[in-house]
Write a protein that binds this ligand. Structure first.
Ligand code: ARG
Length: 561
């Protein structure tokens, strides 16, 4: 029994119009039932008192899993038959991949790093939110295309080549990778403050890349290779991969056709020597070509969006990018719309807030003050190891558990608050085994595993065939836990609809808390055989749901920690 079922009962048995129920079912405080349906809107339409409508509806509902339907103060409250409900969940809970996607494709542009720049904590949110949406959509049965739209174009590459040829050293870059490149970049900006002319030299080098000069291209490709090798380490740690790495430079030869199309459609106008597209309202015009004829970030995104539609025929194309780029995406989608592409409405910016480190510096690669994500992850792993040494010194394979816990703590930190909120990341807090953290989920999961293995029951038969489950007189703690578990799929659906993995994070925290409460009041080892087996089934289901849910949030589930 879930919201969907209640909805069906209201439509089929009480003949409430479909559009009046969709999204209207509430989950009330537990004394008011397990589900509740407010009838005020209906009362207005039918010009009857809410209480009468509620009475009429409640007298028409009949279902084995519902013990009682109550009409009160304009609400229809549904009370579940606890025993039947819990029994049914245990017997029929389905953890397999769903088929809601129905052949639809979702493109997700996320992480989208910049070449020769470090991956810092600011990239964490995009990577974690995008990666999690990817997994959730996949679970719901969509085709998903993960795109790392590399920032591999722009004048900064001219600056870097100039800096490398002036001050750089091949061996040093080979040894220190992005850190060395970053240093060159910073040095360039320092010097440019004294001597503006080096900006011109940088522009010349960029022009050479554009014109295919061999030396320029070789260096450019080399910088790219170094960056990709280094970020691969982070993606490995996070266990994330992408279906496409087509970035800005890939679209170079697709810029001219876009410009021509804009011209043919009469959208391109001259402004101060540059070419722009005017947009509605008070939005500033979108800059398409600079005075010198160079294309811009917007131009390349237009080409990329069109390419994605042609290549993947997406139902939605999501751009998981910080809210600082709100205007950029409004402009891109606005231009696509003016070009007459009805699918412009399917391109969506999924913004998120700023992440800063507690005691951390502001993040600016120009000044070189940036904390590398790899370092943050490694520190977290190190700290997790210290905790594990204290709590469980005999644990086998401590290093690999510390890796799962440390990385899990960081990733969960990025996923557990509303994505739009700015967050100050406190690694010590995120690593605690108690509280609203990733390690708390992992710890609860490991606890389930340890109970199951102690009881020698980690291979309990599947619920659907297990008719021995006895659940008579289900207590409140068990009931509340199972109710939360039963919300898994609907929560994932809402999380995808709102592009908000934190909703799933919240549910898992609630499940973990409910489980720990259940575990205190429902003794297992000392229970009689049939109750014992029933409680163990609950533990098993909790373990499976936590494991699945965590995997959708990019968290690993160690069996011991
Ligand atoms: N590389 C960009 C940055 O770090 C993000 C790219 C986002 N995706 C896009 N299609 N514009 O700011």
């Amino acid at each position: 029994m879930n919201k969907q079922h209640i909805q069906n009962l209201l439509v089929n048995q009480a003949k409430v119009p479909q559009d009046m129920v969709v999204g209207a079912i509430e989950i009330p405080e537990s004394t008011m039932g397990d589900f509740s349906f407010p009838v005020f809107k209906l009362a207005k339409i039918y010009k009857k008192s809410p209480n009468i409508i509620a009475q009429e509806i409640s007298s028409n509902i009949d279902d084995v899993e519902i013990a009682r339907v109550q009409a009160i103060n304009g609400y229809v409250n549904f009370y579940l038959d606890r025993d039947k409900f819990v029994g049914n969940v245990l017997r029929s809970f389905d953890l397999s991949q769903k088929t809601f996607g129905n052949g639809h494709t979702i493109c997700i542009d996320y992480s989208s790093i910049n070449i020769a720049k470090p991956m810092h904590i600011g990239h964490l949110s995009s990577t974690a939110i995008g990666g999690s949406l990817y997994q959730m959509y996949k679970y719901l049965g969509y085709n998903v295309v993960g795109i790392n739209y590399l920032g591999d174009w722009g004048t900064q590459f001219g600056k870097l080549i100039y800096a490398y040829l002036t001050w750089g050293n091949r061996q040093d870059i080979l040894d220190r990778g992005i850190e060395g490149l970053l240093e060159l970049y910073v040095k360039f900006h320092d010097c440019a403050e004294q001597d503006k002319s080096i900006e011109d030299s940088a522009r010349e080098w960029f022009l050479k890349i554009e014109q295919g000069d061999i030396q320029a291209l070789e260096l450019f490709e080399w910088f790219k290779e170094i960056t990709l090798k280094e970020v691969a380490k982070v993606y490995d740690m996070l266990d994330i991969s992408f279906d496409s790495y087509k970035g800005e430079s890939f679209f170079n030869d697709k810029i001219q056709p876009i410009v021509k199309e804009l011209m043919d459609k009469g959208l391109l106008v001259e402004s101060d020597g540059a070419k722009v597209v005017q947009l509605q309202d008070d939005m500033p015009p979108a800059l398409i070509l600079r005075r010198d004829g160079a294309s811009l970030y917007v131009t390349r995104d237009l080409a990329a969006a069109k390419y994605r539609k042609e290549t993947y025929n997406f139902s939605k194309c999501l751009y998981v990018v910080a809210y600082q780029q709100n205007l950029h995406f409004k402009q891109v989608f606005g231009v696509l719309d003016k070009m007459g592409y009805e699918w412009a409405k399917d391109c969506l910016h999924i913004p998120f807030g700023m992440v800063s480190l507690k005691n951390g510096d502001t993040l600016s690669s120009r000044k070189g003050k940036v904390v590398f994500l790899e370092k943050i992850l490694k520190d977290a792993i190190q700290k997790a190891l210290v905790t594990i040494e204290q709590k469980n010194p005999n644990l086998k394979d401590k290093d690999s558990v510390a890796k799962m816990v440390g990385i899990g703590a960081v990733v969960f930190g990025a996923l557990s608050t509303d994505r739009i909120k700015d967050i100050v990341f406190d690694i010590d807090k995120a690593l605690q085994f108690e509280g609203e953290t990733g390690p708390y989920l992992q710890y609860t999961h490991a606890r389930c595993c340890s109970i199951l293995s102690k009881c020698g029951q980690d291979t309990l038969s599947p619920y659907s065939t297990d008719e021995t489950i006895k659940c008579r007189g289900v207590d409140t703690d068990t009931f509340e836990l199972v109710k939360l578990i039963s919300r898994l799929d609907e929560t994932i659906i809402v999380a995808c609809n709102r592009y908000e993995p934190s909703l799933l994070a919240r549910l898992l925290l609630d499940i973990a808390q409910a489980f720990n409460k259940f575990y205190i009041t429902n003794h297992i080892l000392s229970a009689e055989t049939d109750v014992y087996s029933f409680r163990l089934q609950i533990v098993k289901l909790t373990q499976q749901v936590l494991k699945l849910g965590m995997s959708l949030l990019l968290l690993k589930s160690p069996i011991e920690m």
